[in-house]
Write a protein that binds this ligand. Structure first.
Ligand code: ADP
Length: 625
């Protein structure tokens, strides 16, 4: 073995600044789980082996060691304190080794550095940020990488560094294809030059790596090789969770795991995880970093296959492996592939079924998940017409009677009084406003429950939903639909005796001008003097417009009056006795703007403040007399 002293031959290069920053952190900190370095080196080797397998299929030029077994070998020397990970993978050329082990290709490094600064546990994620190799500096004071690329006419190269700013590269004689990473272990990492230790780390992290791993010159293979999604009984929760960590970058436990093996009509296996916590990125439409890992016969076909699940399920992590899929399929083919579409159908259905099951079995657990992910289900309701029914069963709602606990639509229907025929709902800015809304009074009196929707997405949801379990949804802040002709005629006849037009309403309408569409009496109020309703059939759509158009001007509404309210009866008396009194207009405007204020649609509060001050002045003047 070469000496660990700096080599005089070859050229010296400086690490890219970001790499050096990572190295400084890795070298100077003490980590609880130093051992992850081995997982990273093995994973790099497995990657190189995987690429070798593909190169064997695709390359026409002569290949070095064409018959060498694709595998990984780990050797150690207890006296020298060295540990070597070697593979018969694709290897690296001079140029490749220089860029691969000196610069960082992936973005997100800064994000990783930040996480590492905040919490040392984030070291676990090092491989996912494309800098796994450098984790070897947690245990090594010097590293030598010897590599030879796979074409027959390639040359061997040697890279070495002690992690302090620079690395050197030189050409060497290396007869075999592949890469050899030699670690000179730090004094506090000598324990890794030990067979038992190495074996237990490999079992823990790399058991399912798809290539044989051997220790020393022993022929015995240490790892199981079979991917985790091909196993069932023998895998522990811990092993599944470790796998989840790798695919999700989330080091908390998953919310739910789905393990599927389907044979007909298509053959496939899937191992899917629903997270407990959503990450910020998932929320934006810019988030493109989702997708399941797609394998064909254990070989990775696509890292982030977006076509396996509808977009609203973009929070799901996992793998799908199908024997019915060709190995080299392009993105374009995947998009239209029938097998993919059928797999997608099955796993989407399964995910929704499982969610429904968890919701039934463990309400508290489900509700805390819902708080994070409910918005994705709502997005699904707006997009996925075929599964809308299933999604509606998962939907959880706040109602005028549900208190702090959300309930399901099924439960809402169970609780409906016999005479109630429709599912009542109200859209609004926030729960506080909704709970005080005058629209609720009528239903409270009838002991009927009203769904309170306070999220902007809810109005989009209600644009797409007409009914659930044969019950129609009905917004309660909307005028009753116009009666058909016959009904109208019948009513007119009945009313013949009554005066043509109510002079009070006409008077108020005149004073309010075009601030309202119309004015009329209503039976839907008990405690409030008036309310504002949308013209029939427009309540939901109006709200959607509000969120879609930034120049949105609030739509005018119909004012409905509670004839029995003392404020109204007094105002009526005033109109009869003193029709010219300026107080009438002041009161009419104030009634209107009180409602607008409560609903968050008041355009200009300054006039209102002046008016309230005037009113107070008048009251005070009176009380002094
Ligand atoms: P990542 O593997 O996530 O890209 P690393 O820092 O671990 O990041 O490795 C950087 C690059 O170095 C790899 O992408 C790969 O091209 C190359 N590399 C590392 N180890 C090997 C190996 N054993 N054989 C061939 N190439 C390797």
């Amino acid at each position: 073995m070469n000496s660990s002293k700096a080599d005089s031959k070859g050229r010296t290069f400086k690490f890219q600044a970001e790499v050096q920053r990572i190295l400084d952190i890795l070298i100077n900190r003490l980590y609880k789980n130093q051992e992850i370095f081995l997982r990273e080196l093995i994973s790099n080797s497995a990657d190189a082996l995987h690429r070798m397998r593909i190169a064997q299929l695709e390359t026409k030029d002569p290949i070095l060691d064409p018959n060498a077994e694709l595998g990984i070998k780990i050797t150690f020397d207890e006296d020298e304190n060295t540990l070597t990970v070697s593979d018969t993978g694709i290897g690296m050329t001079y140029k490749e080794i220089r860029t691969n082990l000196g610069t960082i290709a992936q973005s997100g490094t800064l994000e990783f550095l930040q996480q590492l600064e905040d919490s040392p546990d984030a070291i676990n994620l090092i491989g996912e940020f494309g800098v796994g190799f450098y984790s070897a500096f947690i245990v090594a004071k010097e590293i030598i990488v010897r590599s030879r690329s796979y074409p027959e006419d390639s040359r061997g190269v040697e890279w070495r560094s002690d992690g302090s700013g620079k690395f050197s590269i030189a050409y060497i004689d290396k007869p075999e294809r592949g890469t050899e990473v030699i670690l000179y272990l730090k004094d506090d990492a000598k324990e890794f030059a030990n067979r038992f230790k190495l074996e237990s780390i490999i079992k823990k992290y790399s058991d399912f790596v798809g290539f044989p791993i051997r220790i020393g010159d022993d022929d015995q293979i240490v790892n199981r090789q079979v991917p985790i999604w091909y196993q069932s009984d023998e895998v522990t929760d811990e092993e599944f969770n470790e796998f989840y960590r790798q695919v999700s970058l989330d080091w908390t436990e998953p919310f739910h795991r789905i393990h599927l093996s389907v044979d007909a009509p298509i053959q496939f296996r899937a191992l899917l995880f629903l997270p407990n916590q959503r990450n910020r990125m998932m929320m934006t439409s810019m988030y493109q970093d989702y997708g399941l890992r797609l394998y064909s016969k254990k070989i990775l076909v696509q890292e982030k296959a977006k076509d396996l699940l509808p977009e609203y399920l973009r929070f799901v992590f996992g793998v799908v492996d199908s024997e019915d899929l060709p190995l080299n399929v392009s993105r374009e083919v995947i998009q239209v592939d029938r097998t993919i579409r059928r797999i997608s159908k099955v796993i989407t259905g399964k995910i929704l079924d499982e969610l429904e099951k968890v919701a039934d079995e463990n309400e508290d657990k489900f509700l805390s998940w819902w708080a994070q992910f409910g918005v994705f289900i709502k997005e699904g309701i707006t997009q996925d017409e075929k599964r809308r029914k299933n999604l509606l069963r998962i939907l959880r709602i706040q109602t005028s009677k549900s208190g702090d606990q959300l309930i399901s639509l099924t439960k809402y229907i169970e609780r409906m009084p016999k005479e109630q025929e429709e599912i009542m709902y109200l859209l609004g800015e926030n729960l506080a406003i909704l709970k005080r809304s005058p629209h609720l009074e009528y239903y409270e009196k009838l002991d009927q429950e009203v769904i309170l929707f306070d999220d902007p997405i809810d109005s989009f949801v209600m644009m797409h939903v007409q009914e659930f379990q044969d019950k129609k949804f009905k917004p309660i802040d909307q005028a009753e639909p116009a009666k058909d002709k016959e009904e109208e005629m019948a009513e007119k006849e009945e009313k013949e005796e009554e005066p043509e037009k109510d002079s009070f309403l006409t008077h108020i309408k005149e004073l309010l001008g075009d601030r309202i569409i119309d004015i009329r009496y209503t039976e839907f109020l008990t405690d409030s003097p008036c309310r504002l309703v949308n013209p029939s059939g427009t309540a939901t759509f109006t709200r959607v417009l509000k969120y879609m158009d930034e120049n949105y001007v609030p739509q005018k509404k119909i004012m409905e009056i509670n004839a029995n309210h003392p404020l109204i009866t007094h105002l009526k008396t005033l109109v009869e006795k003193e029709p010219e009194s300026p107080l009438i207009q002041t009161c009419a405007l104030q009634l209107l703007e009180n409602q607008e204020l409560a609903e968050g649609t008041l355009q200009d509060p300054t006039e209102m403040v002046k008016r309230v001050n005037q009113l107070m002045q008048q009251v005070l003047n009176k009380s002094r007399k």
